[in-house]
Write a protein that binds this ligand. Structure first.
Ligand SMILES: Nc1ncnc2c1ncn2[C@@H]1O[C@H](COP(=O)(O)OP(=O)(O)O)[C@@H](O)[C@H]1O
Ligand SMILES: [Mg+2]
Length: 162
């Protein structure tokens, strides 16, 4: 499913639309080049869940923890992993075994060790804006996509791509 994100506020709104379907243990992959809007989307999601503090890119420390709405959200950025084995060496796999929600930028850097995604979001640059392509990777992810009313509204507002 594709959504056109005309400006930054649209990316924030897409993140916010995902908030109602966040549940313990969910794994979300965020693909896209540098500057595609991955961190912006996570910021919109966390703000909608009630994060009042800063949502900064975890590029330099690989992980930022946010505790909001009774949920532990782990925001990863694996851009700086040189080898996928570094994911294991740093013990990051532990976070994927618990009840936290894992939001992962640059997931491909930790494949093949990274658990598969319940939701897979690909962001790309198009003109001045961005495009989001969203897929579910599990039944839980599918339920998430179909249960969020704000998300359904965004899908129907975005015309099909030719
Ligand atoms: N839909 C959009 N249209 C135009 N600019 C956007 C959009 N979404 C985000 N941006 C801008 O893109 C820039 C990079 O975003 P960021 O979320 O840091 O990217 P990433 O985490 O993918 O590297 C930011 O300046 C942000 O404001
Ligand atoms: Mg980022």
């Amino acid at each position: 499913m594709n959504i056109i994100l005309a400006d930054e506020s649209a990316t924030l709104a897409l993140g916010a639309a995902l908030a109602p379907c966040m549940q313990p243990g969910l794994v979300v992959w965020l693909d896209g080049d540098l500057g595609a809007g991955k961190t912006t989307l996570v910021r919109g999601l966390l703000r909608a869940l009630g994060e009042a503090g800063a949502v900064k890119s975890p590029t330099y420390n690989l992980l930022e923890l946010h505790v909001v709405s009774g949920l532990n959200l782990y925001h990863f950025d694996f851009y700086r992993l040189n080898q996928p084995e570094e994911y294991l060496d740093a013990g990051l796999d532990e976070y994927f075994r618990g009840n936290g929600i894992c939001l992962v930028e640059w997931p491909d850097r930790a494949v093949p060790y990274l658990p598969s995604a319940d939701l897979h979001i690909r962001l790309s640059v198009g003109g001045d804006g961005r495009m989001a392509d969203i897929h579910s990777g599990s039944e839980r992810g599918e339920r998430c996509l179909t249960s969020s009313a704000p998300l359904a509204a965004m899908f129907s507002a975005s015309p099909p791509q030719r």
